[in-house]
Design a protein around this ligand. Structure first.
Ligand code: SAM
Length: 351
C-alpha cells in the first residue's frame, strides 16, 4: 500500500479536515461521473436541470466571445473542453467588474476566448469602449499570414480615445513581454504554442478591434514562466488587478508565486481546475490513508517512518494541486476562497 506513494508529507493538521466543496457545478460533475454514492436518477435529472438553467440564466457573454467558443468547438472538436467553463468565465467577468480591473494577465491562451472576454470588460472599465455588449461587430475580415497586422489595425474601432499603438505592438502576438505597457489598460495572455489562437481566435480578435488602444489585448508567445519572470523584472511588478492561471497544472506553484509578485495589493489571483474532476480530492484522501498507515507502522516498529517511494516517481498534477490548495489556504499573504465553480476555482486576494 505504502509503495504507491512518493512522499508522506501531509501535516497531521490536515487529517480529518474535510472541506465542504461538493456542491454546485462541481457536485454535478462528480455526480454525473458516479463519484457520489447512493445518488438517484431523480437527483441526476435535478442536477441536469440545474445545469441547463445555469447555462441559460447564469451566464451572459459578449457575442464575439460566444462566437469564438463556437468557432473553437467547430475547429478543434473535443479539445474545446480546454475552454474555461462558462460559469467560471461568468464569475471572472463579474469579478473583473467588481475590481474595476484595467490590467489583467492570463496564463494559457488556447484560442483566446477568455482573453477576449477579459479585454472587452477591461475596455469598459477603462472607459475605452462604450457598450461592447450591445455594439455591432464589424464585418468579418480574414487576416492573411503576411498582411495580418495592417488588417488588424484597419479593424480598430474608431473610439474617440483610441490612439495608435507603437509599431512593435501592432501585431496581436509578440515574443518580448517587456514591450507590454507597464501602466494603463492591458490584457496580456501567455501561450507556449499560439497555433490555435492563430487558426481560430485571431480573426475574431481582429473583428473586435484587438490589438489597439481601444482594445489593448496581446498574446505573448513562449513559456509562461519565462514571460512572467521577464515581466517581474519590469515596472509591471505589482501592476495587475487580476492574474488568471489556466495552463499546465504541474507549474501552478511557480505561476502562483510569480503571479503574487505581479499582482497589486487588493488584486486577485485566480487558478482554474484546482479540483481536476475530483482527482485532487482523491489524492488528498489517499495521502491521509498513507499517513495513517505510516503512523501505525512507526508505533509498532518504534522507528521513524521512512518516506515511501512511489512506483511512479513523478508527482501527479493532482498531488501538486492538492499541496498548492493547502499552501494557499495557509498563506498569510493572501485571503483565499476555493469555489466549487467549473472544475474548481481557487481565488487569492493579495493582502
Ligand atoms: C486550458 S487552455 C487555456 C484556455 C483559455 N484560458 C480559455 O479558456 O480560453 C491551456 C493553454 O495553456 C497552454 N500552455 C501549456 N503549457 C504552457 C506553458 N508552459 N506556457 C504557456 N502556455 C502553456 C496550452 O498550450 C493551452 O493552450
Amino acid at each position: 500500500m505504502l509503495g504507491r506513494f512518493a512522499r508522506l508529507r501531509v501535516p497531521s493538521s490536515r487529517l480529518n479536515r474535510a472541506p465542504a466543496i461538493f456542491s454546485g457545478m462541481v457536485a454535478s460533475q462528480f455526480a454525473s461521473k458516479g463519484f457520489i454514492a447512493g445518488r438517484t436518477k431523480q437527483v441526476d435529472s435535478s442536477l441536469a436541470e440545474v445545469d441547463a438553467y445555469l447555462a441559460v440564466v447564469g451566464t451572459k457573454e459578449h457575442p464575439l466571445v460566444n462566437e469564438l467558443r463556437d468557432a473553437t468547438a467547430a475547429s478543434v472538436g473535443d479539445m474545446a473542453r480546454l475552454l474555461v467553463d462558462r460559469g467560471c468565465g461568468q464569475f471572472l467577468a463579474w469579478q473583473l467588474r467588481s475590481l474595476k480591473a484595467t490590467r489583467v494577465l492570463e496564463v494559457g491562451t488556447f484560442t483566446g476566448a477568455t482573453a477576449l472576454s477579459f479585454a472587452t470588460i477591461v475596455a469598459e472599465n477603462a472607459g475605452l469602449s462604450p457598450h461592447p455588449l450591445t455594439s455591432e461587430a464589424s464585418p468579418a475580415q480574414e487576416p492573411h499570414a503576411s498582411g495580418l497586422q495592417d488588417e488588424v489595425i484597419a479593424a480598430v474601432p474608431t473610439a474617440d480615445d483610441a490612439v495608435n499603438v507603437p509599431g512593435p505592438l501592432r501585431h496581436p502576438i509578440i515574443t518580448d513581454p517587456s514591450l507590454l505597457p507597464s501602466r494603463g489598460p492591458l490584457v496580456a495572455t501567455l501561450e507556449l504554442d499560439p497555433s490555435q489562437l492563430k487558426a481560430v481566435g485571431l480573426p475574431i480578435w481582429a473583428r473586435a478591434g484587438a490589438p489597439s488602444a481601444a482594445l489593448p489585448l496581446w498574446c505573448v508567445e513562449g513559456a509562461a514562466t519565462e514571460s512572467m519572470q521577464t515581466l517581474s523584472a519590469t515596472d509591471c511588478v505589482g501592476s495587475f488587478d487580476l492574474v488568471f492561471i489556466d495552463a499546465d497544472k504541474g507549474r501552478y506553484p511557480e505561476y502562483y508565486e510569480l503571479a503574487l509578485a505581479l499582482t497589486r495589493k487588493g488584486g486577485v489571483i485566480a487558478l482554474d481546475n484546482v479540483l481536476r474532476r475530483g482527482n485532487v480530492v482523491r489524492e488528498w484522501r489517499r495521502s491521509q490513508t498513507a499517513e495513517a498507515v505510516a503512523v501505525e507502522a512507526t508505533a509498532q516498529e518504534g522507528v521513524a517512518p521512512v518516506e515511501a517511494v512511489a512506483e511512479d516517481e513523478m508527482l501527479t498534477s493532482a498531488r501538486i494541486l492538492d499541496r498548492l490548495n493547502f499552501k494557499v489556504s495557509q498563506d498569510t499573504r493572501v485571503q483565499h476562497c476555493l469555489l466549487p465553480v467549473g472544475d474548481g476555482l481557487l481565488l487569492a486576494t493579495k493582502l
